[in-house]
Design a protein around this ligand. Structure first.
Ligand SMILES: [Zn+2]
Length: 328
């Protein structure tokens, strides 16, 4: 006997897994994911990043194991970060055509021509002061930094990068890079802008991985204030106007409201970066047995896609791809 007062029985479609799967609105696929890869100058190195369990820095000669894993996982590709042996005030190694990131990219593309290789474009891993731009008397210079970023973009594309992704948060970076790429004949290379990149405490494990902690001050004069939504949307709008092909919100989990707003407003592929601190919190809790890692990661990544992300950059990429394959 049904209770006439209950007009909607939502539970009808929640009765079993096949029914739930049939009506589910969000489905993750391995191809949604990009795996960040740290490549370090030197020989025969596989170093664990202490604050990011399961993440390593590889020398180029030791990349093949992880590359074959990426290749078999079905994820879309990798986002490459270089850790140079030598740092200076101008970040010279960032745009050296024989620099660590350029060598790594050309190695990856020679082994796996179909793997999407994205070059992170920024100076902070290469400068001795750890800032994303040139520095003069404790000020981070904007316009003077742009030609160096553009130069780095050209050298990484010459090495084989399929996409360049400026993460520096200098104003005008996308336009400067677009101009220089076009001038060098790379009119077909897409730019993925780190458009709404917030100044975030969630980045600290990454700085351990890439050795890029700022030597003085913080990044608040160029990265965004976490209290702002509208400004994030203006940043994205501006990156599109400058010629970005893909836009991004970073970090992901604490910023899903920005992801949703961006996805509703802009008809461009939207990426999110599920950053190091978000990863490490989950790993730490999982290692302690406090949460079910697989279920929490699946829920977190599903939430990013549900909020409107098309591309998810995450250190969980390889695990998630493996779990998805087990499901099917
Ligand atoms: Zn940077």
């Amino acid at each position: 006997m049904g209770n006439k007062n209950i007009s909607s029985r939502f539970r009808r479609l929640r009765q079993n897994q096949p029914l739930r799967d049939m009506v589910c609105e969000t489905q993750l696929y391995p191809k949604d994911f990009i795996y960040p890869l740290f490549v370090i100058e030197g020989d025969d190195i596989i170093e664990s990043v202490e604050s990011m369990p399961g993440v390593y820095r590889y020398s180029v000669d030791n990349l093949d194991g992880i590359l074959s894993e990426v290749n078999e996982s079905g994820i879309s590709g990798v986002l490459v970060f270089g850790v140079p042996a030598h740092k200076d005030s101008r970040g010279t190694e960032a745009y050296n055509k024989d620099g660590i990131v350029q060598k790594a990219i050309s190695h990856i593309k020679s082994k796996y021509p179909d793997m999407i290789v994205i070059a992170d474009i920024c100076l902070c891993e290469y400068t001795d002061h750890g800032h994303c731009g040139l520095v003069c008397r404790d000020e981070i210079l904007n316009d003077e930094t742009l030609p160096l970023l553009a130069k780095m973009a050209v050298t990484t594309v010459q090495a084989g990068a399929d996409i360049v992704a400026p993460s520096d948060m200098m104003d005008g970076d996308v336009a400067a890079i677009r101009r220089e790429l076009d001038k060098n004949g790379f009119i077909n290379t897409p730019i993925m802008g780190y458009s709404a990149k917030y100044s975030s405490a969630y980045y600290s494990p990454f700085r351990d991985a890439a050795g890029s902690a700022p030597g003085f001050g913080d990044r608040k004069s160029y990265q965004m204030d976490c209290r702002n939504v509208k400004e994030g949307l203006r940043e994205i709008e501006n990156d599109i106007a400058q010629g970005a092909d893909i836009v991004m919100v970073k970090p992901a989990l604490a910023y899903l409201d920005i992801v949703r707003a961006a996805s509703d407003r802009f008809d461009y592929p939207l990426a999110v970066y599920n950053v190091s601190g978000e990863y490490s919190m989950v790993k730490a809790a999982a290692i302690n047995g406090w949460i079910d890692e697989r279920k929490v990661v699946t829920e977190n990544l599903t939430a990013m896609k549900r909020a409107g992300a098309k591309i998810i950059i995450t250190y969980h990429a390889l695990d998630m791809a493996k779990w998805l394959k087990e499901e099917f």
